[in-house]
Design a protein around this ligand. Sequence first.
Ligand code: NDP
Length: 449
Amino acid sequence: MALKNEYLKKVLAEVEKRDAGEPEFIQAVTEVLESLEPVVEARPELEKLNVVGRITEPERFIQFRVPWVDDNGNVQVNRGFRVEFNSAIGPYKGGLRLHPTVCTSVIKFLGFEQCFKNALTTLPMGGGKGGSDFDPKGKSDMEIMRFCQSFMTELCRHIGPDTDVPAGDIGVGGREIGFMFGQYKRIRNEFTGVLTGKGLTYGGSLARTEATGYGLCYFTEEMLSCMKGDSFKGKTVVISGSGNVAIYATEKATQLGGKVVALSDSNGYIYDPNGINLDVVKQIKEVERGRIKEYAARVPGSVYTEGCKGIWTIKCDIALPCATQNELDEESAKVLVANGVMAVAEGANMPSTPGAIEAFQSAGILFGPAKASNAGGVATSGLEMSQNSQRLSWTFEEVDAKLKNIMVTIFHDSYNAAKKYGMEGNLVAGANIAGFEKIADAMIAQGVC
Ligand code: NDP
């Protein structure tokens, strides 16, 4: 869809010029700007105060060297990043990703999306993101620790419980957060809620591990119920990935009565027509840190296929992409539609390409965009921050109930924002608008800064 509004065209042209060579960031900005046309038409102050121009430029971008020593005594060097994108509604908040594909463009697209997602949670959190091109695969625990300590030695200058609160993302789970937290505490000599996703013995929140996957299913259940009068019950579900988000989406989708029949990793996918045995998956992925391929060797009746894209050829009612950006393209989307999919909700960040989203929307498929549907992780991180500030911990049930309530609210806020601007049912536009308006109002109130 080409932009029509002159102001938005000008902002996008500026981003394309200034950030040429950052395709993921430009993709994310384009999608948001396309949703904002009716909003900037209705609210001239947005152009007058150049709110969109300011919101597409990070407040701060930090890049640094991360030297560390491997088990053979060789000195390795990686590149570390932190983008502090927007602090209009609270301290910067967003995960850290460790993956060889991490670069300026990926960190900026993730940080930009995070601003709107965090606004949607209704909690006071600004947007940020960070990480490194370090590849944790095949590294020993001691190598991971040395890397994390070196990474935090620099990052600790820029973060703090009221300034910027990182969390996990791809390649960063409880182990890595523990190493980073230990190093922060050692350097700064303070025990604070500077990171979320911490272990339960040192300030972590119950239900944080489950939160993104569970939240995705709570959102999807509400979307099915309100827009189709339906639910997970009796539905066949395909979930890509087999990391944190995919595992807990599988758990909740199953609890809600769905049958999850496929999971994947970056090498291939498993298909189990009897429904995924999650205990086996957790043993392979969480305990042994192994490959999803091993599932087929352990569970009779299941099959493994090389190549991850083929997962979208499996017939299903609900598809939940939970692996990585741009993993579901237009061709795959058309196959899903032809096979009768009724709902797609994104667990990963920006997993569907623009062509895929267009294919779903034009076929009338319910589509939950990442900013809204995977906000449960950061929402629960926000709850972890609240517990840390109050020096207390809530029960699993308390956190889970708050998470569910937040996800239901996000669905309705997105749905209502789309309806208000004449795009009823378009949750991509609704989520972008609802998140944007909250940040924009705060930015306007705080003056040009
Ligand atoms: P993990 O590192 O725990 O898992 C990522 C999974 O995706 C792994 O199984 C990985 O396989 C797989 N994967 C990576 N690339 C591909 C690919 N091209 N095709 C198929 N599978 C692939 O990360 P998370 O589960 O935490 O994160 C997954 C997504 O969810 C990311 O986009 C992340 O930004 C997003 N997200 C995560 C949140 C969280 O709370 N954890 C919160 C909100 C969003 P392999 O082992 O082969 O690399």
